[in-house]
Design a protein around this ligand. Structure first.
Ligand code: GLA
Length: 388
């Protein structure tokens, strides 16, 4: 892959000078959904698909961008003196946002760059193509200018750029997984303190299968921000009775004892999800570490029910995929993954059942929904790195 992208870079920008290649992965979250802005735990892992970037320094302050995924947009030119979000800048608002966030922290970008990117994460699938582009840019800048920034800082810079330059109020999970992932491990991250632990994903005779519903409903961003606001209001209501900083501070019992402080049924459901999902995630990681893959799967299923009924971020197509998966012998667990309202499910499927899983769900989904789903049997990869 890297070879082809390098060729394209040379064709576009010429072959002279010091040309560098980087990669940042997408992610799949195994459990711990919509907990990362509620002070809870998440358990994502980096994928081996993601975004590649090829870069060469310029002597002036110009930035030239080209994406092999948006070839029609052609080469987009801007300057380090013009780091403001613009509608017509399209995808380049992501790398520009990261540059802006570096400068905001006092890092000086002293020269421009020619940049080519190519991503092999299916578009709009909820596997964090934008976070991978942000982390890729962060790594490019750190390496190009020799900045003393850790990979955790790069994740935070990516999140800052997404929140404050690109207008999506996301949590830290996606950028953290892309920056900090480790092959064959998931990251057990406390989003409140950013303390984390790598947990080996040992599924014995089973595999992780991602199923792409190939739908993305348009309300994603606004509905995401609504959920955040509902949780923030519920937290304020609870804080009148209990001394907590985040919903992640509560156990299920504490929540049940104080839930009447939340004055609205919808908000109560949202907060219940945040509290129970956090505790479920802690329990799921313990189960995996104890080798109890079956319990891990049951907790994934419970996570889906909570996201469907309490958090209401699923949709018809995703529920069809999960319901179908639950009926197949050899499926250990299956749930929606990522922000929701479309995108993908993640399932743990016994090796012997993977073919049946893909065939049965593929056929039934097409019949019920009218278009094909896509399946990826996943390898867990490393966080962002320089290739050459
Ligand atoms: C999106 C956001 C993440 C996280 C998930 C839901 O992927 O970017 O920060 O909130 O949704 O778990």
């Amino acid at each position: 892959m890297a070879e082809q992208i390098l060729e394209k870079f040379k064709e576009l920008y010429g072959s002279e000078g010091d040309i560098r290649i980087y990669f940042a992965p997408g992610r799949v979250n195994l459990i711990g959904e919509h907990t990362d802005y509620n002070g809870g735990h998440v358990f994502p892992c980096a994928l081996t698909i993601g975004t590649y970037g090829v870069v060469r320094n310029r002597e002036d302050r110009k930035l030239r961008f080209y994406s092999m995924n948006f070839e029609k947009a052609g080469m987009i030119e801007t300057s380090l003196d013009d780091l403001v979000p613009e509608k017509e800048a399209g995808w380049t608002n992501y790398p520009k946002g990261v540059m802006w966030a570096f400068e905001k922290r006092g890092f000086k970008l002293t020269h421009g760059m020619d940049i080519l990117v190519y991503g092999n994460i299916p578009n709009g699938s909820g596997l964090s193509s934008s976070a991978s582009l942000e982390v890729l840019t962060g790594l490019i800048i750190k390496d190009t200018f020799g900045f003393d920034t850790s990979m955790v800082d790069i994740a935070l810079i990516g999140q800052d750029s997404e929140n404050n330059f690109n207008g999506c109020n996301c949590g830290i999970m996606d950028q953290f997984a892309s920056a900090m992932g480790r092959k064959d491990h998931a990251i057990f991250l406390d989003t409140n303190t950013l303390k984390f632990e790598y947990a080996p994903v040992v599924l014995k005779n089973a595999k992780i299968v991602i199923t792409n519903s190939k739908v993305k409903h348009s309300l994603v961003n606004s509905a995401y921000n609504d959920r955040r606001n509902e949780c923030e209001t519920a937290l304020k209501e609870l804080q009148k009775e209990v001394d907590i900083q985040t919903l992640g501070d509560l156990t299920e019992e504490e929540f049940e004892a104080h839930k009447s402080a939340i004055k609205d049924e919808t908000r109560r459901k949202r907060a219940r999800h945040a509290v129970y999902e956090n505790q479920r995630t802690i329990r799921a990681v313990a189960a995996l570490q104890a080798g109890d893959v079956k319990l891990f799967g049951e907790l994934m299923n419970a996570s889906h029910v909570s996201l469907r009924d309490d958090y209401e971020v699923s949709c018809k197509e995703i529920d069809i995929l999960v319901d179908l998966a639950w009926q197949i012998p050899g499926v250990i667990g299956s749930r929606i993954t990522g922000g929701g309202f479309g995108g993908c499910t993640v399932s743990i499927v016994e090796n012997d059942a993977v073919d049946t899983f893909i065939e049965t769900i593929g056929k039934a989904y097409k019949e019920k929904v009218g278009h094909e789903a896509e399946f990826y049997v996943v390898d867990i990869g490393d966080g962002a790195y320089k290739i050459a």
